[in-house]
Design a protein around this ligand. Structure first.
Ligand code: ZN
Length: 390
């Protein structure tokens, strides 16, 4: 059935003013000051007076089959619940393996992405995990990216971290080279998601690849770049030099106390320094473990990341730092769609997927979520849940 959203103040993410938006076949087919349907056409109408309409949110780094396990098998985190995505307004997700690329597999990851798709959202995955050599789905990174439509890139490859496999310059460069060519051959960007740890090296290896090879910077997306002041400063220099940066929204108060930079502080600094915000994204690291180690590297406890932190971080940017709505929203819509090459995603525009989030103007709480035209949440009620969710 056709759906018509009326009187919404549209952030596309550019502000378009008050508009009516018509949806058909899972796509946006018209955006206009006033759309009036004539004749015997059945239309499901939503009056969005007093609400903002945003593009559906894109979370580019989620452990959809769980993550972690740094404190033993019992600390492996669970798979994502579909309703968590809906609650967080997330309509596109990129699943990734992390520390544990042994107890979890690419088959596992692809099956879960399929499960999320069946319920209505769009799901992609990265091939590999922290470790190098990369454990792929087929026999190579190139074939994974070229021949599996859901495999969008490689990652998260860990560097500068006590849990990484200490990859060399040559190894990381070759991974990026493979992703680049496979991406070119299959109409994808061919991205490499890089987990950056607390180590002294930071993103040095990526900087070196940019200096010493012909591989463009656009292929690398270093993440967790707000994990400490030191890593953040290195990241700012990397951004000034033309690289992408991703900040993690899942956190615990202890991490902030220990020097993690809250996303709103990181974004505020980037705007104040007039750096290229279009190269900056936020991701939740949802379902990932947030392991706590003491200064000697001994495990001390674990928390779990949530995808709902993604939009929460955007709200904090707006409320705590007065960052413009269109700028804040672009961090989880237009910017990731461009950087990861997600066609039909990240914008409210004609022929784009009808991935949409309505929020209340006053407190910015999420009211309604649509993915490919299907209503997943309405009037704050989650209408679609996972099969085994209560
Ligand atoms: Zn990570």
């Amino acid at each position: 059935m056709l759906k018509l959203i009326k009187n919404a103040e549209v952030f596309a993410p550019k502000f378009l003013g008050k508009k009516d938006v018509l949806i058909a076949g899972g796509k946006i087919c018209s955006i206009s000051d006033s759309i009036v349907m004539k004749g015997n056409v059945e239309v499901e109408e939503t009056d969005a007076m007093g609400q903002y309409l945003f593009p559906g949110f894109i979370d580019t780094h989620v452990h959809i089959v769980g993550g972690g396990g740094e404190g033993g098998f019992s600390t492996r985190t669970p798979e994502i619940a579909f309703s968590d995505m809906v609650e967080g307004g997330i309509t596109t997700i990129i699943g990734t393996l992390g520390t544990d690329g042994y107890g979890r597999s690419m088959e596992n990851l692809l099956a879960k992405a399929g499960a999320l798709e069946e319920k209505g959202v769009t799901a992609f995955v990265n091939t590999g995990s922290y470790q190098v050599p990369v454990r792929t789905f087929t026999d190579s990174i190139s074939k994974d990216i070229m021949f599996h439509e859901k495999i969008i890139g490689v990652g998260e490859i860990a560097i500068s971290d006590h849990r990484c496999s200490c990859p060399t310059f040559d190894e990381i460069a070759r991974i990026a080279a493979e992703a680049r060519v496979a991406g070119m051959l299959s109409g994808k960007v061919g991205v490499v998601n890089i987990h950056v740890g607390d180590g002294q090296g930071g993103v040095d290896i990526l900087e070196e690849i940019a200096q010493r090879t012909e591989i463009p910077r656009k292929h690398f997306i270093p993440t967790h770049m707000n994990r400490s002041g030191y890593v953040f400063e290195k990241g700012l220099q990397y951004l000034r030099n033309g690289g992408n940066l991703d900040f993690t929204t899942s956190t615990v108060p202890l991490f902030i106390e220990e020097g993690e930079i809250p996303c709103y502080e990181a974004i505020d600094r980037i705007i104040k320094e007039d750096l290229d915000i279009s190269k900056v994204t936020l991701s939740s690291d949802g379902q990932g473990s947030l392991p706590i180690f003491d200064e000697k590297g001994n495990y001390r406890g674990v928390e779990i990341g949530r995808v709902t932190s993604l939009y929460q971080a955007v709200v904090e940017c707006i409320k705590l730092k007065g960052i413009k709505i269109e700028q804040a929203i672009s961090l989880i819509t237009e910017n990731p769609a461009k950087i990861y090459g997600l066609k039909g995603k990240g914008k409210i525009d004609v022929d784009f997927d009808a991935d949409l989030v309505l929020v209340d103007k006053g407190d910015l709480t999420i009211d309604t979520v649509l993915a490919k035209g299907k209503i997943l949440m309405k009037n704050k009620d989650i209408l679609v849940k996972g099969v085994f969710e209560k």
